[in-house]
Design a protein around this ligand. Structure first.
Ligand code: SAM
Ligand code: ZN
Length: 360
């Protein structure tokens, strides 16, 4: 991206010449999701246009929210939007007499008082924030209502966050929530994690919570994440399920939780064993791969307030040693991946191959 001399994006000429308003750094990181060329503002402040005339990609922004969805998304990704819309409309009856602004507050109160939200906050405050130090530029994918980016900014003020999700309605809600709660999330982007509109090497870290299992092409999303991270950058993955191949048969059947749930919601719900997760991250995802620098089971029942059955289940399995959980007991798992430096990765690969040859 070419900046003019005073450090402002040329197309974003509305910035006051006195430089009081900081330059919008989002222009440093976004690109066209279709061809990877620069994006510029079009004929007005809302239009986003690809600078490659042959590509012709156009979209729009509203305030801090940039829509950079690919031209085509599959029905599962579309269903994520319907899913949230239906969840919001479920409250419509009770909200008949509310004013427009009242309805927004009401909607957000429903998010804030969700036990999911409480559990996520408690986990973040009591576990995550104590474990890691984060700084620099971060990207959250599949962030839904955006609370995790809000928590990241709160606990790590030295970060800058782009929060993203494939469903436009989620991004709208995330912006409203940030305004209500005072979350300092810098930018909101509607985008597909499998076709990311970001320049290679843009981010110091990535964050995803409970979203990787929604992807149809996890390997592609891993390659994209690998690409947009700086060398040595980390990807913090929380709230995924690890489940043994045998319990999974039941889980995915129409009697199991996943089977029942996926049918109703029409969204994609994959489930993986611990070995499959590890293999995706270290072998199949990318040419150079990620290194898994941390992995832990998240069993704290106090962070599983979604319902008492879940909490009771985790109270039980939290007593089991990791070695037993690793055997395939369904359990929430978190990972930290590190983008290997190319040379280092090649060295490690050569060592692995050498060890294998020696074993054979
Ligand atoms: C189970 S929700 C998790 C939301 C949030 N991260 C949390 O932990 O509460 C999964 C999210 O992934 C999003 N999602 C699904 N497929 C996606 C894709 N291809 N790219 C980006 N986001 C996606 C959905 O819209 C949804 O908000
Ligand atoms: Zn383009």
């Amino acid at each position: 991206m070419k900046d003019n001399a005073d450090g402002r994006h040329p197309a974003d000429g509305r910035h006051p010449a006195d430089g009081r308003r900081p330059r919008d750094w989002i222009w440093d990181v976004i690109v066209c999701p279709e061809c990877g060329n620069d994006i510029r503002l079009g004929e007005n402040e809302q239009a986003l246009v690809c600078t490659n005339d042959a590509c012709g990609y156009r979209s729009e922004r509203t305030g801090r929210a940039y829509n950079l969805l690919p031209l085509e998304i599959d029905r599962f990704k579309q269903a994520e939007n319907d899913f949230r819309t239906e969840a919001i409309e479920r409250y419509a009856d009770a909200a008949k007499q509310m004013t427009r602004t009242g309805y927004t507050t009401y909607k957000l109160l429903n998010v804030l008082t969700d036990f999911f939200f409480t559990s996520e906050y408690l986990f973040f405050r009591d576990t995550f924030a104590k474990k890691y130090n984060l700084e620099g530029r971060g990207l959250e994918i599949g962030g839904a209502t955006g609370q995790h980016s809000g928590f990241l900014k709160l606990f790590y003020p030295a970060t800058e966050m782009v929060m993203s999700d494939v469903a436009p309605v989620n991004i709208a809600l995330a912006e409203e929530l940030a305004d209500l709660v005072g979350f300092q999330t810098d930018y909101f982007v509607v985008c597909d994690a499998e076709q990311q509109p970001f320049r290679p090497g843009s981010f110091d870290f990535m964050f995803s919570s409970g979203m990787l299992h929604h992807l149809g092409d996890l390997q592609r999303a891993l390659r994209q994440g690998h690409c947009v991270l700086k060398p040595g950058g980390r990807w913090y993955i929380i709230n995924e399920l690890s489940i043994g191949a045998i319990p999974r048969l039941y889980w995915n059947s129409r009697w199991g939780e996943k089977g029942k749930w996926a049918e109703v919601a029409r969204i994609r719900e994959n489930s993986y064993t611990l070995q499959e997760w590890k293999r995706f991250f270290t072998e199949e995802g990318t040419e150079e791969g990620f290194r898994i620098v941390d992995m832990y089971f998240h069993t704290n029942p106090a962070h599983k307030l979604r319902n008492w059955q879940r909490s009771a289940y985790y109270a039980f399995i939290s007593r089991l040693p990791d070695a037993v959980l690793k055997m395939g007991i369904p359990c929430e798992v978190c990972f930290v991946l590190e983008k290997a430096q190319r040379e280092k990765a090649q060295r490690e690969k050569a060592q692995r191959e050498k060890a294998q040859r020696e074993k054979a």
